[in-house]
Write a protein that binds this ligand. Structure first.
Ligand code: PMM
Length: 279
């Protein structure tokens, strides 16, 4: 059955068009926007701007997952994200919570988040059951190891097969626990325990992931693989990020997670107008 939508709480997000998830990290230490929106008012202003620029989803994160990052306790993460989630949901935004912790998932969904975006694919104890008890959509992402150590010499036999098998197994566990298939999106986790070669292999093979039948989300925005290809620091990776987003959509992704919403939306508009839209 072709993918047509993502069921996220009361929203059915039409996926016959490419969709844009805008990133708002309420953290002091994320690799690109860390510290920029740590103040709650600034975070809300930024999220509103991303919505006005055409973001379909606002992804709110309160714990950095950059390589080498140290974890934060749940109460600290909740204090960072809940006011923003509640304010955005109140304004009618489709909000996703970027977390690995069941208590943060639960509270954020109660505050109005309609999507749980988990870089650990609901591997924490009780995470699957927690999401199953809600109607939220879920994004299951692949990560090898954990942020503190994930970039220390990652090795795979066949990276595409490993990632695909992991994600389909996680999705099957979710479905067995009562999370309907139409609520599930998968993500290869660009930069999470992968070398540049691994990331490129995964981007080239997005069609293999899409062939699983689950919609695919990709986050490549400003990431170090783009720096390796262009020689540019994060601040100068906008053109590379746009190219990465378009390439991901062209190869089968239905959603892209980006820091630069306006530029991405503009690029997608042109790309669709000349016949590049997903079918
Ligand atoms: N990347 C980051 C954080 N969360 N979630 C998903 N689903 N996919 C990603 O690629 C992803 C993510 C790291 O980027 P950030 O620090 O700018 O948020």
């Amino acid at each position: 059955m072709p993918v047509t939508h993502w069921a996220c709480g009361r929203t059915r997000l039409d996926l016959t068009l490419p969709r844009v998830m805008g990133v708002v990290n309420v953290t002091p230490d994320s690799f690109f926007d860390g510290g920029h929106h740590f103040d709650p008012e600034r975070a809300l202003d930024h999220a509103r701007r991303l919505r006005a620029e055409g973001a379909d989803i606002i992804d709110v994160g309160g714990e950095s997952t950059r390589p080498g990052a140290t974890p934060v306790p749940p109460d600290v993460e909740l204090a960072r994200v809940l006011p923003l989630v509640a304010a955005l949901a109140e304004e009618g935004a489709l909000v996703s919570i970027d977390t690995t912790k069941p208590e943060v998932m639960r509270e954020a969904v109660a505050a109005g988040a309609a999507i749980v975006n988990d870089v650990r694919a609901l591997c924490a104890a009780d995470a699957v059951a927690t999401v199953a008890r809600t109607g939220a959509g879920v994004c299951l992402m692949h990560m090898r190891g954990e942020p503190r150590t994930m970039q220390e010499d990652p090795v795979y036999g066949d990276v595409v097969r490993t990632v695909r098998d992991f994600l389909t197994a996680r999705a099957a566990e979710c479905e067995a626990a009562g999370i309907a298939r139409e609520r599930i999106v998968i993500d290869p986790g660009i930069g999470f325990g992968k070398t540049v070669a691994h990331n490129l292999a995964l981007l080239r093979a997005l069609g293999d992931l899409a062939a699983t039948g689950y919609p695919v989300l990709v986050g490549v925005s400003r990431k170090s693989t783009l720096g390796a290809l262009t020689g540019q620091p994060p601040a100068d990776r906008l053109p590379a990020s746009i190219a990465g987003a378009l390439a991901a959509i062209a190869r089968g992704a239905r959603l892209v997670r980006v820091h630069d919403v306006r530029a991405t939306v503009d690029a997608l508009q042109v790309w669709r107008a000349v016949g590049g839209s997903v079918t």
